[in-house]
Design a binder for this molecule. Structure first.
Ligand SMILES: *Cc1c(COP(=O)(O)O)cnc(C)c1O
Length: 362
């Protein structure tokens, strides 16, 4: 049975990238962000490889429970927080670390029956992102209320999230940082603010805890920099194979809608990868793959299971050749994402379960 296409996940590269994170922010604790199945890499294997993290972070309660059920004992932050009485009680029972971003959710916590207090609660502050966050003017009151209730929460921290950290030297980053700095000074609480882009480009945002996601997987959050430029190694290599070749003559149209027409004789190849595997349909006529180290352009529309490629510049290509879809220095997922008009986060998290993950260096 053919294993193609598959995603080769290099766990040694993941560990290297964690080292690189620590190199950028040597004085901060690291909360490794492994939400969305570890950005499509497989959360259990990734969590195992990232055991040296000081904590893990996920978006949702169910993701945190999955980690606990697999025996991970590290602190686990839940970015979207918990919203019902029952969830607060379960969060305490499973020793999870929710983020409080909505005042109404606090009312449930204050009524909860818990045997041992939450060891930590992050307060998400609104500093300019305008997504999840408590209004600044409410924060001091909330801290006062919680400090009276050591039966519910042992320790508090301040969290916030940048809206533009992937834009270098953007004044809005400094504005957000200034709001945080003032609250950090007033309250004396530990702070967690930097995601990957801020870890790399805004050292003054590092504080006590950092929250790397994308950079752990070896990709760069900056449009004009690759992961390799900042010392990262790609973790996922997506690989498939050439399942057919055909000789086209001038005038032949390729694929659905005939969106590409040969203007001369062309040797065409068919690669087993499509949008049903998470390969973006926006790469129709724009993407490329690597065969025997050569760039091979996509021609026509991306289908559900296949893409067609022009083999004229790669005459050595043969049926059953391996094809690199992304994850090589010559073909970074960041480059492909830009071609597709999106970001590497989306391409990585959209790889569907049909694509087997194979783990190297575990
Ligand atoms: C996803 C997420 C992160 C990680 O961001 P990267 O850009 O992948 O490093 C950090 N903080 C929050 C709140 C997030 O939702």
């Amino acid at each position: 049975m053919s294993r193609y296409p598959f995603a080769r996940i290099d766990l040694a590269a993941l560990k290297h990238n964690l080292q690189q994170v620590r190199h950028f922010a040597p004085n901060s604790k690291v909360m490794s962000v492994i939400k969305a199945d570890a950005y499509g890499h497989g959360v259990i294997q990734v969590a195992q490889a990232l055991m040296q993290s000081d904590a893990f972070a996920v978006a949702r309660f169910s993701e945190a429970l999955t980690l606990r059920k697999h025996g991970f004992v590290q602190p686990i932050t839940i970015f979207e927080g918990v919203s019902t009485l029952e969830e607060w009680q379960l969060a305490a029972e499973f020793e999870l670390t929710p983020v409080l971003h909505q005042q109404q959710h606090l009312e449930f916590l204050l009524k909860a029956q818990i045997h041992q207090p939450l060891s930590f609660l992050w307060l998400m502050l609104e500093t300019g992102m305008h997504r999840l966050g408590l209004p600044q003017q409410d924060v001091i009151k909330i801290i006062d209320a919680l400090e009276q209730r050591s039966d519910l929460v042992s320790k508090l921290g301040l969290m916030s999230h940048f809206a533009n950290s992937d834009v270098l030297n953007d004044a809005r980053n400094i504005q957000q940082l200034t709001v945080m700095k003032n609250l950090a000074e007033t309250t004396g609480l530990p702070v967690c603010m930097a995601n990957s882009a801020a870890i790399i480009s805004l050292p003054e945002s590092h504080y006590d805890w950092i929250r790397p996601g994308l950079m752990l997987y070896g990709a760069s959050p900056f449009a004009n920099k690759s992961g390799a430029d900042v010392g990262l190694k790609p973790v996922m290599q997506l690989i498939s194979k050439l399942i057919a070749t055909q000789q086209l003559k001038a005038g032949d149209e390729v694929g659905y809608g005939g969106q590409w027409t040969a203007d001369k004789p062309v040797r065409m190849g068919v690669v087993s990868i499509g949008y049903g595997d998470g390969y973006s349909r926006h790469l129709s006529n724009l993407g490329k793959v690597l065969i025997r180290g050569k760039d091979v352009p996509i021609i026509g529309r991306v289908s559900m299971d296949t893409v067609c490629v022009n083999l004229n510049d790669c005459p050595q290509a043969q049926l059953d050749d391996e094809v690199i879809i992304w994850g090589a220095n010559e073909l970074a997922v960041e480059w492909l994402a830009d071609k597709a008009g999106t970001i590497p986060y989306e391409l990585l998290t959209c790889v569907t379960p049909r694509v087997q993950r194979e783990y190297l260096n575990g």
